[in-house]
Design a protein around this ligand. Sequence first.
Ligand code: CAA
Ligand code: NAD
Length: 284
Amino acid sequence: MEMNTIMVVGAGQMGAGIAQVCAQSGFNVLLNDMNENALEKGLSGIEKRLLRAVEKGKLTDQEKSDALERINGSTALEDAKTCDVVIEAIVEKIDVKTKVFQTLDEHAPPHAILATNTSALPITEIAAVTQRPEQVIGMHFMNPVPVMKLVEIIRGLQTSDETYAAIDQLTHALSKTPVEVNDSPGFVSNRVLMPMINEAIYTVYEGVATPEDVDTVMKLGMNHPMGPLTLADFIGLDTCLYIMEVLHDGFGDSKYRPCPLLRKYVHAGWLGKKSGRGFFQYED
Ligand code: CAA
Ligand code: NAD
């Protein structure tokens, strides 16, 4: 399948990272967000990161300009009409995602593949709201996208082999490594990672140790590049909570119950790095 133009819906930390990697790999990119400020922030973040790569000698000035030229901003989902692939990276809520997929299905050309970067939600359920469930698939990038090599590729019940092959090929074209995973809550990555993060939050909630000390244990004791609470702040505490809820609802097992402290922080608007405060505080 020929792929020239990729639409990325959601210009937050994941969407902006995905758009950057697609543009650097030679694709035309439409970066969409319903919020104009978020779109501007996403676009300026890409420019800043590319500039830093030039300063470090990892990219030429020409490569930076070429990549930026390939990215256009959009605030209308109707723009999907010019795309071969859409990668959705909006908030981790099934009702919001299904609504967006219905709209994308109306506007994207018949050959287009609709992929979701969901962390944990059922691909089959998202696919079912469209008239093209065989062309809907999970394409789960890791954060930060420009750095992390893995993409989990998740087939929904009706995803076709052609769609799988096209997304596998796209993943390689983005210089990432695909791993095929079945459609199950949290897939592999978040079924393993998120209960560890939730447990780390419980140790703080129960007064076992401070956030700093929990992170030090995991960094120095287990050689993790980031402690679990720094990582939770980095992912976004809202996203962590929604993933735990998907695991809890999906498996019906109390071992996945989200820690009340996580819920409290999200209710307070302490979403981690993106809001300036989570388990730790951030200046910018
Ligand atoms: N965006 C883009 N690039 C970034 C970045 C960001 N937010 N943060 C760091 N980088 C880049 C730097 O520019 C640098 O690039 P170069 O080597 O080309 O110069 C490189 O990453 C290393 O950065 P630093 O030296 O500043 O920092 P570090 O060595 O501490 O590494 C890290 C930073 C790569 C983020 C590392 O701390 C790490 O691997 N952390 C764990 C990340 C992780 O577990 N991700 C998965 C999260 S779970 C998920 O994504 C799934 C989900 O559904 C929730
Ligand atoms: P984020 O909060 O940084 O960004 C989400 C963006 O989506 C916001 O800019 C918001 O304005 C936009 N948005 C919301 N509803 C929209 C709509 N209807 N149309 C267009 N734009 C809309 O979130 P994020 O961390 O980038 O996560 C996005 C998705 O990626 C989620 O499904 C999340 O689970 C998944 N994911 C996150 C991580 C992570 O570490 N944060 C890793 C892998 C996957």
